[in-house]
Design a protein around this ligand. Structure first.
Ligand code: ADE
Length: 231
């Protein structure tokens, strides 16, 4: 990979990368700030997409078309769905799916994009392996490889957690990964999503998110840093 796109949705998710960025050139498109530069010796384009799937999709397409990235790493926090995951633990995406895509009244199972060939977008095996290796080396907490579910919803309810875990097989839930994944698939660009748990998407999720988002974002950042350095 010659140029890596690095995306976070929120300021806390990109600020440590920003601090380590050298030879920075800033450009703005569609209201998103793209910072081209070098991070740990590698060419990268860093951006804060904003929250939600539309922001993430636009950001990803711009990274590909206007900045010529040939791989994308998303870093940030998520709500845990897998009961073995605690706050601070790590999910590395094997694949991503939109949990809020729902045309079930038409007979399409929840999470399925009508008439599409696939609704589950596989992450790049080499990027996954690199992330797993980095996470194991760093020993920051329990790491699982699994399905990342995305929707334009902050989940804070145990019944929804059970549904998303049991019916859709999600390891964690967030609001951008699947949009990045789908746009990457549409363009043939490899990606991986790395998420550290800020909460368990239950009745305490809002409180836990406020308390733990920054520390968890930092854990995800460390994995990305390690990955980029080892490229
Ligand atoms: N990001 C972090 N926690 C989340 C949650 N509970 N739901 C959606 N996105 C999240």
């Amino acid at each position: 990979w010659n140029k890596i796109g690095l995306i976070g949705a929120m300021a806390e998710e990109i600020e440590k990368i920003e601090q380590g960025l050298e030879d920075v050139v800033v450009a703005e498109k569609a209201g998103i700030r793209f910072q081209t530069g070098r991070f740990r010796g590698k060419s990268v384009v860093l951006c804060k997409s904003g929250v939600g799937k539309v922001n993430a999709a636009v950001c990803t397409q711009l990274l590909i078309d206007s900045f010529g990235v040939d791989a994308i790493i998303f870093t940030g926090v998520a709500g845990a769905l897998d009961p073995s995951l605690d706050i601070g633990d790590i999910v590395i995406s094997t694949e991503c799916q939109q949990h809020d895509m729902d045309a079930s009244p038409l007979g399409f199972p929840r999470g399925t994009i009508p008439f599409a060939e696939t609704s589950v977008f596989r992450a790049d095996a080499a990027l996954v392996a690199l992330a797993v290796q980095a996470s194991e080396r760093l020993e920051q907490g329990h790491t699982v490889q699994g399905r990342v579910l995305s929707g334009d919803q902050f989940i804070a309810d145990r019944d929804t957690v059970r549904l998303l875990h049991e019916q859709l097989g999600g390891a964690c839930t967030e609001m951008e990964g699947s949009a990045v994944a789908q746009v990457c698939a549409m363009n043939g660009v490899p990606y991986v999503v790395i998420r550290s748990m800020s909460d368990k998407a239950d009745g305490s999720a809002n409180v836990n998110f406020a308390e733990f988002a920054a520390a968890s974002a930092d854990r995800s950042f460390r994995i990305v840093e390690h990955m980029v350095a080892s490229l």
